[in-house]
Design a protein around this ligand. Structure first.
Ligand code: ZN
Length: 313
């Protein structure tokens, strides 16, 4: 007797995770196809029905560069404004957020934080934004810097942060949590934070002076850098070169871990470790999937991290 066939999963669904992708994120992160685009999503955010959010990826847009079709989401010298607008339209449609007012910032690597209470007529200067008003879509543009989304499930409030090295040094993540407490009565222990794809410590080479700058601002600042090159660990090469201790030339460059620095800031601001979700996807290692200014130079596109609150949920 023939056994009944087991029912097969419906792979035609447009929201499936794609197992054929060159880069498969691990743990709570998932890459999903949404209306022809690939969006990086987080399980902990997906459970909140009132929340709209997503981290964009490289492919699927109408911009063209080096013969590729790209989803460039920022007005850059090499791209046409109409194409960027079409790309933004597609991303909003992919997130089922076409009716939202998109609110990007004129990012300047500062610690300026904008509270949005209504759609803005002009794009304000700043590097973080927050709102508790439904229908507004906060947007951060990156190509290596850390895109950080913060969600308060209790108060239904959201924030988006752009944290490069300058913003990180200026404590923009910590200050944004402070502003959420001030405006929405958020309790840091309730907050969920997602750090999207950014340049990893594998690829983020900076001048050695950065160690002093960060150490003067943060008690654990030295730990954001690779220890072998900051001189904290014994250097095995000293044995080989037979140079006497203390005569090793100081390193000119070090590698900075921006994720670790921002994680540390969020913990200091009172967030719980279990509520921090940090993507380990490096934008410079994965230009198949993301944009990297370090790797690609001025003719690189920009990714977007979006977060907003749905009406009637
Ligand atoms: Zn890397």
């Amino acid at each position: 007797m023939a056994r009944p066939k087991a029912s097969r999963p419906n792979f035609a669904s447009r929201n499936q995770t794609d197992p054929t992708l060159p880069t498969s994120p691990q743990g709570p992160w998932k890459l999903r196809k949404r209306n022809g685009l690939l969006v990086l999503e987080l399980e902990a955010f997906g459970r909140l029905r009132w929340l709209v959010y997503g981290f964009s990826t490289r492919a699927g847009g109408v911009s063209t560069l080096h013969g590729q079709s790209l989803l460039n989401l920022s007005y850059t010298d090499w791209d046409l404004n109409q194409r960027v607008e079409e790309n933004r339209f597609r991303l909003q449609r992919a997130l089922d957020a076409s009716e939202f007012a998109l609110l990007p910032l004129r990012q300047i690597h500062s610690d300026l934080i904008e509270l949005f209470t209504a759609p803005a007529a002009r794009t304000p200067h700043g590097d973080a934004s927050l709102t508790s008003r439904p229908g507004l879509l906060l947007a951060i543009q990156t190509a290596d810097c850390v895109p950080l989304l913060v969600v308060d499930p209790k108060r239904r409030a959201v924030a988006a942060v752009h944290a490069g090295w300058r913003g990180t040094l200026a404590r923009i993540a910590e200050k944004t949590v402070g502003r959420m407490q001030l405006h929405f009565g958020s309790k840091p222990r309730d907050l969920l934070a997602a750090l999207g794809p950014s340049i990893g410590p594998c690829c983020y080479e900076v001048a050695a002076e950065f160690v002093t700058q960060f150490s003067s601002q943060f008690a654990d600042g030295a730990s954001y850098f690779d220890s072998a090159r900051t001189g904290e660990e014994p250097n095995p090469l000293e044995w080989l070169s037979q140079m006497p201790p203390g005569h090793r030339p100081p390193p000119k460059t070090v590698h900075l871990d921006l994720r670790k620095a921002n994680r540390s800031q969020l913990l200091a601001a009172g967030l719980a470790e279990r509520n921090l979700f940090i993507s380990d996807l490096c934008t410079a290692c994965h230009t198949d999937l993301f944009f990297s200014y370090r790797k690609e130079g001025p003719r690189s596109g920009r990714l977007m991290a979006l977060v907003g609150i749905r009406r009637h949920q």
